[in-house]
Design a binder for this molecule. Sequence first.
Ligand SMILES: [Zn+2]
Length: 80
Amino acid sequence: MNTLTYAIITLATFVTMEMVTWLTHKYVMHGFLWVLHEDHHQPGYEGIFEKNDLFFIIFATPSILLFYFGIKPELNYLFL
Ligand SMILES: [Zn+2]
């Protein structure tokens, strides 16, 4: 592939992920998982963590698993 192809793929990935992020925030975090996200929009909560921090775990877990199984193709049989 040439440089232009890489640039187009990078730009398309960025735009797609921005759309996914916007949709996730609007319909998941402000939807059925509002109970976890609500404290993020309310200033003055107690403690250093908020329930919203659980989203880091929720969103990071599939990414970690995809990276892990992506670099260990011999383990892909687990998903077949
Ligand atoms: Zn929000």
